[in-house]
Design a protein. Structure first.
Length: 212
């Protein structure tokens, strides 16, 4: 095993790591939810997200949850649950993930198995400090249909088509949400306190529900 210190205070990259070691580390870090592990065929990145990362991860998650509550859409929220498959030798932890279209397939399952169950319909990726591993390639191999990726300045929505992500201007899972609409509320975070922002967002939803 060799280790590479990345030019960043929040992560380290390890080489020649077995799947079994990755699984043991997942177990050992289970009590440290701030840690993020990304595994790609022997490469393992351990990341310790900083405060801006956690702020925007939580805010985007709250927007998803507020919208689905207002629209009466059932979801299963799984936060940063590990999405991994041994047959692919890949795994990662989204910043937030949700079952929306496939919620009925997993809502009552104690433990989801991605070798037989569908992957989450939506994953949120905060990319303020870029990963040293191609996480988008892992998401594509896991078959996650939609990714929201925010770098602290702009948000991009990706939709999986023919095993490749394509940029979209609107969410497929939650069609009321556009890139410009989401960016508006992310920008508001700079001048508006969190619960006040969510109240504004809920009011916006009620005003725009007729557009569905």
């Amino acid at each position: 095993m060799t280790a590479t210190l990345i030019q960043s205070p929040d992560r380290i990259l390890l080489h020649d790591i077995s799947w079994q070691t990755y699984q043991l580390l997942l177990h050992d870090f289970a009590q440290q939810p701030a840690m993020r592990l990304t595994y790609d065929r022997g490469e393992l990145e351990i990341k310790m997200p900083l405060d801006p990362h956690e702020t925007y991860k939580k805010l985007l998650g709250r927007l998803v949850e507020a919208l689905t509550e207002e629209l009466g859409i059932e979801i299963r929220s799984l936060g940063s649950r590990t999405c991994d498959r041994e047959d692919l030798a890949r795994g990662l932890e989204p910043d937030q993930c949700y079952y929306i279209q496939n919620e009925s397939a997993v809502w009552d399952k104690e433990q989801i198995d991605l070798t037989i169950d569908p992957p989450p319909d939506l994953a949120i990726e905060i990319d303020i400090s870029s990963s040293s591993i191609d996480r988008m390639d892992i998401y594509a191999n896991l078959g996650i249909p939609e990714i929201w990726r925010y770098d602290g300045r702009s948000l991009v929505i990706y939709n999986l088509r023919d095993k490749q992500y394509q940029v979209c201007d609107r969410s497929v899972a939650l069609p009321l949400l556009t890139v410009s609409g989401l960016e508006r509320f992310l920008e508001l975070k700079k001048t508006t306190k969190e619960n006040a922002l969510i109240r504004l967002f809920r009011s916006w939803i009620r005003e725009n529900m007729t557009n569905l």
